[in-house]
Design a protein around this ligand. Structure first.
Ligand SMILES: *[C@@H]1O[C@H](CO)[C@@H](O)[C@H](O)[C@H]1NC(C)=O
Ligand SMILES: *[C@@H]1O[C@H](CO)[C@@H](O)[C@H](O)[C@H]1NC(C)=O
Ligand SMILES: *[C@@H]1O[C@H](CO)[C@@H](O)[C@H](O)[C@H]1NC(C)=O
Ligand SMILES: *[C@@H]1O[C@H](CO)[C@@H](O)[C@H](O)[C@H]1NC(C)=O
Ligand SMILES: *[C@@H]1O[C@H](CO)[C@@H](O)[C@H](O)[C@H]1NC(C)=O
Ligand SMILES: *[C@@H]1O[C@H](CO)[C@@H](O)[C@H](O)[C@H]1NC(C)=O
Ligand SMILES: *[C@@H]1O[C@H](CO)[C@@H](O)[C@H](O)[C@H]1NC(C)=O
Ligand SMILES: *[C@@H]1O[C@H](CO)[C@@H](O)[C@H](O)[C@H]1NC(C)=O
Ligand SMILES: *[C@@H]1O[C@H](CO)[C@@H](O)[C@H](O)[C@H]1NC(C)=O
Ligand SMILES: *[C@@H]1O[C@H](CO)[C@@H](O)[C@H](O)[C@H]1NC(C)=O
Length: 461
């Protein structure tokens, strides 16, 4: 294991450019090599982010120590065995990303018509990776600019192909270490009957921001977006496509437009000796305007360092994700409970039924009529959940303590709604053992293991 980590460490820190910007037919790119654009502005190769070993093929700015990724080939299919992976040409001229000796590519340029061995793949100084005819470079078969991830670079088009109707959108990363598609996306309205504008959507369905109409210079709800003394923004529409594109007035400047995982778009620029990635634009300007940034049962909280807190009695679905500012999973109950009806509760803990209910419950259970226990006010849709809780409750009051589930067992039973549960055995209370009254305590003495958990039969009012 240690050797393996060292090996990875070494291989990722000794990445050598294969001495050029081009991959020609017959050549391949291994994990320890990169391509660099002619002016050394962009680099293409394999990368990992954070503490994850997941490896991706991508493009980043060459001169910054912290890799700023502008494009990812295999964003939702990481390589798990990078040392055996390579980018190479297939016999029909497509580029393939292969892992191990598998013939099925992890990713490919996926062109239908064979273009054979007259192709080459070149990383250009604008960050575009193109597959073109080596004897006729103006014939481009495929380009990364047509398959953006979360970043729109100067010179690239955000377009609608009028022939296929396909729209390109920018889709955020899931979190700062995972380039898989997140919930936020930037799209364009180009339908001639609609206002030509940008919009941001949550989960490809809920629109929570739009730029307003393009007037040829700028957007009416976001006037700082458009042409100004830094950018030349334009909209072009012809028979085959409609698109927005932009260029930089100062060619020494670097700039990128990003659909951030925060649900905001931003335009950043870098100028040697002047700016170190200055943010020129953020929309919507406030995080609180992002739809569902905190996910289900999360509340936006300006003063919290994570910007979100959970409703009382709830915790983040994934603490790992929220550490990476990914709140899309939202919050879940600390103790799962999915009843909407008037079930007696105390501090989100299910209050135990009277012990006297245990025997009826047990008998009804044995007779297969346990649903008789359910109060008619309960929504029938809840039946299965309630029956599950009754089942768990009966498991907790079994005669032999060793038969009773452990705390972690109960948590797992409660959090998994479908996994089959064991069949309960006869409860302790059915024998001559004395039953203590539990009036003052929300706990059933002697049940459910040493942790004195309060999980038991639910009593509906
Ligand atoms: C890259 O890795 C390959 C195969 O593991 C090896 O043959 C080659 O020497 C390595 N190149 C460099 C520059 O480390
Ligand atoms: C990156 O560094 C190389 C070599 O130092 C230099 O030639 C190139 O201009 C730099 N690129 C940028 C974008 O600063
Ligand atoms: C590449 O260009 C050459 C020279 O123009 C041409 O003969 C060849 O057919 C082209 N190949 C493809 C696949 O377009
Ligand atoms: C291209 O492939 C053909 C046959 O598939 C072969 O004859 C020719 O030499 C190849 N050309 C190059 C430049 O590899
Ligand atoms: C635009 O509106 C006209 C008239 O309402 C309709 O005939 C046409 O199909 C619409 N075009 C699109 C692209 O929706
Ligand atoms: C997102 O939309 C899909 C259907 O398009 C739905 O199945 C999914 O539950 C939605 N995600 C959330 C978090 O609501
Ligand atoms: C802006 O870009 C458009 C299209 O790319 C071009 O025709 C125009 O000349 C540019 N304008 C300026 C001021 O650079
Ligand atoms: C907001 O966050 C602050 C700091 O973490 C916390 O003290 C406060 O209780 C939170 N407010 C709500 C409504 O959760
Ligand atoms: C729940 O109880 C409250 C007050 O006790 C009552 O107003 C409400 O109608 C009840 N809801 C249901 C679904 O029974
Ligand atoms: C739920 O329980 C009620 C009452 O016990 C019963 O009448 C009903 O058929 C059950 N519904 C389902 C969907 O099982």
């Amino acid at each position: 294991m240690f050797a393996c980590i060292v090996l990875l460490f070494v291989s990722f820190n000794t990445c050598h450019s294969i001495g050029g910007d081009t991959l020609s037919a017959g050549q391949n790119l291994l994990v320890n090599r990169t391509l660099a654009s002619q002016g050394n502005i962009f680099e293409l190769g394999f990368f990992t982010k954070g503490t994850s070993f997941n490896t991706y093929l991508g493009i980043w700015y060459k001169n910054f120590t912290d890799k700023i990724i502008v494009w990812v080939a295999n964003r939702d299919k990481p390589l798990s065995n990078p040392s055996s992976s390579k980018l190479e040409f297939s016999e029909d001229g497509n580029l393939l990303l292969l892992e191990d000796s598998s013939k099925t590519p992890i990713w490919s340029t996926n062109l239908m018509s064979p273009i054979a061995n007259s192709t080459e793949a070149v990383l250009l100084d604008d960050g575009n990776f193109v597959l073109r005819n080596s004897s006729e470079p103006s014939t481009v078969f495929w380009q990364s600019f047509d398959h953006p991830t979360d970043t729109w670079l100067p010179g690239a088009k955000l377009r609608v192909d009028k022939l296929t109707g396909k729209t390109q959108s920018l889709v955020s990363w899931r979190n700062s270490e995972d380039p898989a598609p997140g919930v936020f996306s930037l799209g364009i309205d180009i339908n001639p009957n609609k206002t030509t504008q940008f919009y941001i959507e949550w989960n490809m369905s809920v629109r929570y921001w739009s730029s307003g109409a393009w007037d040829g210079e700028k957007f009416n709800l976001a006037p700082e977006m458009g042409s100004n003394n830094i950018f030349n923004f334009s909209f072009v529409s012809d028979e085959s496509e409609s698109y927005f594109t932009y260029s930089l007035k100062n060619s020494a400047m670097l700039s990128r437009f990003v659909m951030e995982q925060s649900g905001q778009i931003s335009q950043l620029a870098w100028l040697d000796g002047v700016w170190d990635w200055k943010i020129l634009l953020t929309q919507p300007s406030k995080l609180s305007e992002v739809y569902a940034y905190c996910g289900a049962f999360g509340i936006f909280n300006e003063t919290s360092s994570t910007h979100c807190t959970c409703l009382q009695g709830f915790k983040p679905l994934s603490t790992e994700a929220t550490l990476l500012d990914d709140w899309s999973g939202g919050c879940v109950r600390k103790i799962p409970l999915q009843l909407e009806s008037n079930v007696t509760r105390k501090n989100d803990v299910i209050v135990p039924a009277q012990p006297t209910l245990i025997m009826p419950a047990w008998h009804l259970w044995n007779d297969g009529q346990v649903s008789e226990l359910l109060d008619v006010v309960l929504d029938y849709a809840c039946n299965s959940t309630v029956l599950r809780y009754i089942n768990i409750g009966l498991l907790c009051v079994q005669e032999k303590p060793t038969d009773r589930p452990t705390m972690s067992g109960i948590v797992s039973m409660l959090s998994n709604e479908v996994a089959p549960l064991p069949t309960p055995k006869q409860p302790a209370f059915s024998t001559s053992r004395a039953v203590k009254d539990t009036d003052s305590s929300p706990r059933m003495t002697g049940t459910c293991s040493v942790n004195s958990v309060t999980i038991t039969v639910i009593e509906a009012r």
